[in-house]
Design a protein around this ligand. Structure first.
Ligand SMILES: Cc1ncc(COP(=O)(O)O)c(C=O)c1O
Length: 407
């Protein structure tokens, strides 16, 4: 039985919502995007969410809004997907990488040490859907000495008057921090609605605004919308209405808007996310956690702790004490039973681009250890308990075979 890693959840409700968009005579940004923005905002306990066509474009737009550019630094974990650092390079700034903790989240102590007068933004990645230590990160940013170091270079930065905390929530829609949606603990949260994510629009992303009180979130939402569509004063839907032809271009915007036909997929999924899709993900996560916690070689990933509750995006199993090549051999064994597993992540300093820019994995020992022992198992609502049983069996046999072979 072939078991894919992360197929999208497509049921009749998704198909009907997409069909509705197709039949409506309007398939790009319009009412479905607006509905998805409102539902995502409600789900995140926030008022303003701007949908875009990926996490990556959302992050680019946010860095543009904050005026980040050459000479600036943005702190990112070494253990993330490349996009988190690429968006920093795209705007001409420098990604300053820091190591992660054993639980995969960015190490706040390392963040503190990495802050300079050039630091403008911190990207905190909720790896696998498990939130970062937002209390500690916020404490660091609001510390008087750190605030005094902050040197604004435009009016938005002056208004902010501190480092901007952005949550890379590509994995973590539905995650909780202190029993509230994690999105209310950073200034801006960006979700990914990429095809393999918990909620998908095929490609897509959402920028959630939680800016401090000196900002009017509605004004900044309007800025993001305008600049996600070429800096045009009217969106294409409004422009298409009778008499609505006249528009102006008032800034050098990006073209990163989300089409309605994509929003329709996410809308149908998000409507049943909290009560069904997220619950089913948790059940699969718990089945793995129960089975593997009985194996002394297994290190199961964090999910629910005193302050945090995961969105169960990945089941990042680690095998204690193994080497990178043993991990690779275990994956080869699992693959023989036609089960697709994955590794999250190859740390950024191990990728050619970043090596050539001078980053070295030797500076990030915890990221390397997490990577070399990690295997991400399939986790999605459509998995049957029979399939989950097969995966547990296959992983256990593969680990035991490779470990035994090495003794
Ligand atoms: C942690 C993280 N950040 C950002 C991204 C980029 O998301 P997108 O593909 O929507 O641009 C991903 C995608 O896998 C991710 O895993």
């Amino acid at each position: 039985m072939k078991i894919p890693f992360s197929p999208p959840y497509i049921d009749d409700d998704v198909i009907n919502e997409v069909t509705d968009s197709l039949k409506s005579g309007w398939i790009t940004s319009g009412p479905k995007v607006k509905a998805l923005e409102e539902l995502t905002a409600e789900f995140s306990s926030l008022k303003y969410v701007a949908c875009v066509n990926s996490w990556t474009s959302g992050a680019q737009l946010v860095l543009k809004w904050f005026g980040v550019g050459p000479g600036d630094e943005v702190i990112v974990p070494a253990y993330t997907y490349a996009a988190t650092a690429l968006v920093v390079l795209h705007c001409g700034a420098k990604p300053v990488m820091v190591d992660v903790l054993e639980d995969f989240t960015i190490d706040p102590e390392k963040v503190k040490k990495a802050i300079t007068s050039k630091t403008k933004v911190i990207f905190a990645v909720d790896f696998a859907g498990y939130p970062c230590n937002y209390d500690v990160l916020n404490e660091i940013i609001s510390n008087q000495d750190i605030k005094e170091k902050f040197s604004p270079s435009n009016t938005i930065q002056s208004k902010m008057n501190s480092i901007l905390l952005v949550s890379d929530a590509a994995h973590s829609i539905g995650a909780k921090y202190k029993d509230s949606p994690a999105a209310i603990f950073s200034d801006i949260t960006i979700y990914s609605f990429h095809a393999v994510k918990n909620v998908t629009t095929a490609e897509g992303g959402a920028i959630c605004l939680n800016l401090p009180s000196q900002f009017d979130n509605e004004t900044e939402y309007k800025w993001l919308k305008l600049n996600s569509l070429n800096g045009q004063t009217k969106d294409a839907f409004t422009k298409s209405q009778a008499g609505g032809w006249k528009y102006d271009i008032i800034s050098q915007g990006l073209k990163v808007n989300m089409p309605d036909i994509c929003a329709a997929i996410g809308l149908a999924q998000l409507r049943k996310y909290k009560d069904k899709l997220l619950v089913e993900r948790k059940q699969i996560f718990d089945s793995y956690a129960n089975a593997f916690s009985k194996c002394e070689w297994a290190l199961t990933p964090p999910s629910i702790t005193e302050k945090k509750s995961s969105s169960f995006h990945l089941f990042a199993l680690r095998i204690k004490g193994i080497t990178e090549s043993q991990r690779d051999a275990i994956i080869d064994e699992i693959t023989k039973s036609e089960i697709t597993v994955n590794v999250h992540f190859i740390p950024l300093p191990m990728l050619t681009l970043f090596k050539e820019l001078g980053y070295s994995i030797n500076d990030f020992p915890q990221a390397y250890e997490n990577y070399s022992q990690e295997i991400s198992l399939p986790i999605y609502p459509q998995l049957t308990s029979e399939q989950v049983g097969l995966i547990i069996d296959s992983v256990t046999k593969a680990v035991e075979k490779v470990i035994t072979a090495s003794i």
